[in-house]
Write a protein that binds this ligand. Structure first.
Ligand SMILES: Cc1ncc(COP(=O)(O)O)c(C=O)c1O
Length: 427
């Protein structure tokens, strides 16, 4: 969108001067968000949006929730970082251990990418094996190992991974195997082709927006257990979102390890590796021989301001009825969006679950990455643009619902959908 004010123009120019591509790398250069409150954000020109980006996930209870703000403010007065254990971090770890089925122990880091990289290393150290089996289209952060076959341009490359970034050494490919999501037969045959070599099946239990087919997670649990492979759930997105205990509680399949991020930092940088006592013991130098010890040290790990925000967020989410209302809102939105697309006669469907979903412009089942890769991305970009012009902010491929979305937001969103989808049909 074109700049509307001198102030915005000046910021856009400055951004172009000092930032590669004029951006932080996350969203388009022409978007400058200046403020957020509850379920809405405002751009630099004061244009208001219903926010379905929610900071790419962390703002699950909305922007500036009074209880989160009060907890942060109280901690700010008492110091902002210590590099030492602090009460808020200990309480947050205890809240995570109480909530998340696999979490006997918790170790903090600052970003989801970091937690994933450490979980990969931990799985290798525990099993003494090097290979990681991941799923095509799954995102596990930006480490050399994580950023493989997230969005390959060529179809059907499994099991060879395709790096999603320049600068990743060729040798890394040796240690990553890629399978199609929701295909237990493919996973089983890869495990059999690589006996005693795979450290972990590393997966998003609900991959991007694609739910696991009935029995798929259970099959992953059985196969990994039978072959002494660790099952790791990347719950950076799904943790405290699919339910208070995450996707592992929602789907009733408990992994050996999981990673958490986004919601647990309440809008501040905080992530965690959590899991089984005997595996997490490798982070403890006093319980582990030196050759198996995995150091996880970080200047800001368990930062008290982030922990205070995360803890306040979890306290809000834990209240009775929160997830019921949250899912009801998401369901209403998903149903309305489906109806809108259907009545416009567009070849499109809504994929996902009530906390996060989006339109896929393609017919047929969506069970894995290749099914989403068939979708018409030009149409998607067009619709996203029309929505932004009309006051809906969302990610390129995702609506994240927050608990702050109220009835009025729902009504307004449905109106905007119908208008934007109508405009889409007439172009
Ligand atoms: C499933 C998943 N894992 C890991 C990450 C990386 O987290 P971060 O961006 O905090 O490094 C993301 C980020 O979106 C994610 O969606």
């Amino acid at each position: 969108m074109a700049a509307e004010s001198k102030q915005e123009q000046s910021l856009l120019e400055k951004a172009q001067r000092v930032l590669p591509g004029g951006t932080f790398g996350n969203t388009a250069a022409d978007l400058i968000i200046a403020e957020g409150k509850g379920s809405h954000v405002w751009d630099e020109n004061g244009r208001e949006y219903i926010d379905y980006l929610i900071g790419s996930g962390p703002m699950i209870v909305g922007h500036g929730h009074p209880e989160v703000t009060a907890a942060v403010r109280a901690q700010l007065e008492r110091g902002t970082t210590f590099f030492a254990n602090n009460p808020q971090g200990i309480e947050l770890a205890a809240a995570i251990a109480d909530a998340v089925p696999c979490a006997d122990k918790v170790r903090f880091a600052s970003t989801g990418s970091e937690a994933d990289a450490f979980a990969i290393r931990l799985a290798r150290a525990y099993t003494g094996r090097d290979k990681i089996l991941k799923f095509e289209g799954g995102y596990h952060g930006y480490s050399d190992y994580g950023l493989m076959s997230l969005a390959p341009k060529t179809p059907g490359n499994s099991p060879q991974p395709i790096p999603d970034s320049a600068g990743i050494p060729e040798s890394i490919k040796e240690d990553i195997l890629v399978a199609p999501f929701n295909d237990a037969v493919a996973v089983e045959s890869l495990i059999k082709e690589h006996p005693n070599a795979i450290a972990a099946v590393f997966m998003e239990p609900l991959q991007r927006l694609i739910p696991p087919q009935p029995g798929f997670l259970e099959a992953m649990r059985e196969l990994t257990r039978a072959h002494d492979i660790l099952l790791v759930f990347d719950e950076v997105v799904t943790g405290f979102r699919m339910s208070y205990g995450g996707a592992q509680q929602y789907y009733g399949v408990v992994p050996d390890l999981c990673t958490l991020g986004k919601a647990i930092g309440g809008g501040f940088p905080l992530s965690a590796v959590a899991g089984r006592e005997d595996i997490m013991a490798l982070f403890d130098a006093n319980r582990t021989p030196a050759e198996r010890f995995v150091p996880l040290v970080g200047t800001l790990s368990g930062n008290p301001v982030a922990a205070a925000a995360g803890l306040a967020t979890l306290e809000i989410l834990k209240r009775p009825g929160t997830y019921e209302r949250y899912f009801e809102t998401g369901e209403k939105l998903m149903t309305a969006l489906s109806r809108s697309l259907e009545s416009a006669g567009l070849e499109a469907q809504v994929v996902g679950v009530p906390p996060m979903f989006d339109v896929v412009f393609a017919p047929g089942d969506v069970r894995n990455y290749q099914d989403t890769a068939r979708a018409d991305s030009a149409k998607m970009a067009k619709l996203n643009g029309l929505l932004r012009e009309r006051g809906i902010l969302k990610g390129e491929n995702k609506y994240y619902v927050s608990t702050a979305i109220d009835e009025q937001d729902v009504v307004q969103t449905i109106g905007i959908w119908s208008d934007a989808i109508g405009a889409m049909r007439s172009t």
